[in-house]
Design a protein around this ligand. Structure first.
Ligand SMILES: Nc1ncnc2c1ncn2[C@@H]1O[C@H](COP(=O)(O)OP(=O)(O)OP(=O)(O)O)[C@@H](O)[C@H]1O
Ligand SMILES: Nc1ccn([C@@H]2O[C@H](COP(=O)(O)O)[C@@H](O)[C@H]2O)c(=O)n1
Length: 227
């Protein structure tokens, strides 16, 4: 497969900081950004809205291929995520939707249905792609691959803070359990499991600041000679 533009693939488990780091790296380079998890979350929400079931895999493939999604410029430089005409930027961020997304993500037809849509994000001057299989399946020729991780406890603490800032009431122990359950499902599924891609730089961010992780990714980009 030939990538249309250089790709920085950033994979890792939930809450490792992929989204935050990918956004900052994309801003610094002036590159495009793909939050592939958002696509799985949007599909999960659409499946629920349409009252579909996980066993009708061919209908899921069709829905994944044709899902009506828009990323629109909102207020203060923020991007609004629009699903079938409705702004769902916040609605897709719940733990419930994340869990439903991770269940659907086990289905090969769902992954197939989203594959070309993800690859279409690879445009000049380059793409920073965040997910679980960016470096292994979606962009196997990416010149830079990073596997970003952190302990489940640290990731739960970060998520707790994030949810508390939004005014959500959540229990820390429940969050740790949910995160471990999702890690387990993502890492042990039969298709595109969450594993570091061959040659990926593995970064454990448990004791690292966001700025330090961004610096490490940019050093890897420089080493690869793509900017
Ligand atoms: N190195 C870090 N130190 C402290 N907090 C961090 C670090 N990296 C990310 N965070 C914070 O952790 C939270 C989760 O980060 P983020 O949403 O980027 O993770 P993610 O890997 O994209 O998760 P998901 O896959 O579930 O979308 C955010 O509030 C972010 O600000
Ligand atoms: N490339 C990807 C991205 C995501 N998933 C699945 O979606 C779930 C939600 O992803 P977030 O990054 O938004 O938390 C995630 O748990 C995965 O199961 C995927 O399989 N592949």
């Amino acid at each position: 497969m030939i990538d249309q533009a250089p790709v920085i693939a950033i994979d890792g488990p939930s809450g490792a900081g992929k989204g935050t780091v990918s956004q900052l790296v994309a801003e610094k380079l002036g590159w495009h950004l793909l939050d592939s998890g958002a696509l799985y979350r949007l599909l999960a929400l659409a499946v629920s809205h349409h009252g579909m079931t996980a066993d009708d895999v061919e209908s899921l493939r069709v829905l994944a291929e044709h899902l009506d999604i828009q990323f629109e410029q909102g207020d203060e430089g923020k991007v609004d995520i629009v699903l079938e005409g409705e702004i769902v930027t916040q609605a897709i961020r719940t733990e419930l939707v994340g869990n439903s997304a991770s269940k659907l993500a086990q289905i090969p037809e769902v992954r197939d249905g989203l594959l070309m849509r993800q690859r279409a994000f690879s445009q000049e001057p380059g793409l920073v792609a965040d997910g679980r299989d960016m470096g292994t399946v979606v962009f196997p020729d990416a010149p830079v691959k990073v596997f970003l991780t952190a302990t489940a406890e640290e990731r739960a603490s970060r998520r707790l803070l994030q949810l508390q800032q939004k005014g959500d009431e959540v229990d820390y122990d429940e969050l740790v359990a949910t995160i471990k359950e999702r890690d387990d499902r993502d890492a042990n599924r039969a298709v595109a499991p969450l594993v570091p891609a061959a040659g990926a730089l593995v970064v454990d961010s448990t004791d690292l600041t966001i700025d330090k992780v961004v610096e490490m990714v940019l050093a890897e980009v420089k080493k690869a000679g793509i900017v």
